[in-house]
Design a protein around this ligand. Structure first.
Ligand SMILES: Cc1ncc(COP(=O)(O)O)c(C=O)c1O
Length: 460
């Protein structure tokens, strides 16, 4: 890909302690400005030191599935801690690993019988690709090393996952240090003549890449089945996954779905199940399955794929905290809560209320245009001009402005601009799945006021 100069920005001076300090001391002053100092949380709400209450609109970062202070999960965590607080997968087995793997593979269904557990989304994506790579080597295909992913996209912050992340700013910094990758345009539906046309353009680009590099050198195609922060909940046309499935199967390329954000939110464990005819070979989970109560990631694959490798070289990878008992106990309790309280059903039901509310805002606001997503993974596009779909451009980050005003209206939003706004700007509405109808209406009312304030500031 084209080499770009790394971005250089001057950071205005701000007060800094001599030692220690919060994590946001590492961020730029503009993205750290005005962060609330949280002291407690309960349900979908968090409170700051001054006693102000906020709705956790993004569930932290698409993660706090059950909201805050869930008694069942905390009890499971304490119980596991009393029973067996740690065991290492390299020299021991334990029940919590077995229980979580059974529950996850049971929910994921056929094609996802094996579960590898780790501690984060980045680690899980990287583990999935390492699994694909070790399998290729074991099967005598060591030339397969290239991973094809979408631009824009987000897959994590390790070196490999930054390679696969479609963000030119990241590549500008780390480009010379990244493993082999190719990017094709994501099938973005907004600003495209139609979802089908967007899908066709992506598939055509994939074919071009396969022809240029040779399909036999491609290890995997990695996509978010529905976009997260990087594309603002972009929902590709169904033909996209089907065509990917067809091309990958025909060329011996593994199809990997990054479901780190989508878990549970579309009314299913995996968004892949929107289309059973286009299931991936490997699915990656994290965030929502630990729900913030413990770091947890998971790689799901078929028994055939994993057993095949285990019968040859075996999958040689183990981080110290893989399948850590405390994380496993949390994951199992989170799944019990999600299933027992029908929170995936609530993602669909209350997600529809949120979506209708966002559409009302879009109809009235001069800066809100497209509303998209599925279930309780929703986003609204922010534009300077609705008629022409004109974005705000590199100088102004409108989501940060909305985030600032939202805090004044008791809403905690997530806003991380990628690609310098080249593909547009949006805010995500991905609250804890325990949100009820009344809370959803309140969220929408407050968001409308916050967006109105932001529009006055942005449009002058
Ligand atoms: C789609 C997607 N994949 C992977 C990751 C990386 O997860 P983590 O931050 O837990 O490493 C994220 C994080 O936002 C994500 O949104």
């Amino acid at each position: 890909m084209e080499t770009q100069r790394p971005p250089t920005t001057s950071v205005p001076a701000r007060p800094r302690p001599a030692r220690g300090g919060h994590q946001d001391l590492f961020f730029s002053a503009s993205s750290a400005a005005g962060l609330p100092d949280l002291v407690r949380g309960e349900g979908i709400h968090v409170w700051d030191r001054a006693g102000r209450r906020y709705v956790d609109v993004a569930a932290g970062a698409f993660l706090a599935t059950l909201g805050h202070g869930n008694a069942r999960v905390l009890a499971a965590l304490a119980e596991q801690g009393r029973t067996l607080s740690f065991a290492c997968t390299r020299n021991a087995r334990h029940d919590a690993n077995l229980a979580l793997a059974e529950k996850l593979s049971g929910l994921a269904g056929p094609g996802f019988e094996r579960v590898h557990l780790c501690s984060s989304g980045s680690e899980a994506v990287e583990t999935a690709i390492q699994l694909c790579r070790q399998r290729a080597v074991a099967l005598g295909e060591p030339e397969r090393s290239i991973v094809i992913s979408l631009e824009p996209s987000y897959h994590g912050s390790t070196f490999a996952t930054m390679a696969y992340t479609g963000d030119a700013r990241t590549h500008a910094v780390y480009g010379p240090m990244l493993p082999p990758f190719e990017l094709i345009p994501a099938p973005l539906t907004y600003r495209s003549p139609s979802p089908a046309a967007a899908s066709d353009a992506s598939i055509a680009a994939l074919r071009d890449v396969l022809e240029r590099v040779g399909a036999a050198r491609v290890l995997a195609v990695l996509i978010e089945p529905i976009g997260g922060q990087a594309s603002g909940a972009n929902v590709p046309a169904p033909a996209f996954a089907r065509e990917l499935r067809r091309i990958c199967s025909a060329s011996g390329i593994l199809l990997v779905f990054d479901e780190v954000v989508t878990a549970f939110r579309t009314g299913r464990l995996l968004a892949a199940h929107r289309d059973p005819a286009a299931l991936p070979d490997v699915a990656v989970l994290a965030k929502g399955i630990g729900a913030g109560y413990a770091p947890l990631g998971a790689v799901l694959a078929s028994a055939r794929l994993v057993d095949d490798l285990a019968d040859r070289s075996g999958f040689d990878l183990a981080h110290s905290s893989n399948a850590a008992p405390l994380s496993c106990a949390v994951g199992a309790a989170v799944l019990d809560e999600v299933v027992g309280r029908d929170l995936m059903g609530n993602a669909v039901r209350t997600g529809a209320i949120l979506r209708a509310g966002l559409e009302r805002i879009a109809a009235r606001s001069p800066i809100v245009s497209d509303v998209r997503g599925d279930g309780m993974l929703l986003a609204t596009e922010l534009v300077r001009d609705k008629e022409s779909a004109l974005p705000f451009g590199p100088e102004v980050d409108p989501a940060l402005v909305v985030r600032r005003h939202a805090a004044d209206h008791g809403l905690l939003l997530y806003a991380r601009r990628m690609n310098s706004g080249r593909f547009g700007d949006w805010i995500l509405v991905t609250p804890p799945l325990v949100i009820d109808e009344g809370e959803a209406e309140e969220l929408i009312d407050r968001l409308e006021e916050a967006i109105a304030d932001a529009a006055r500031e942005l449009l002058g």
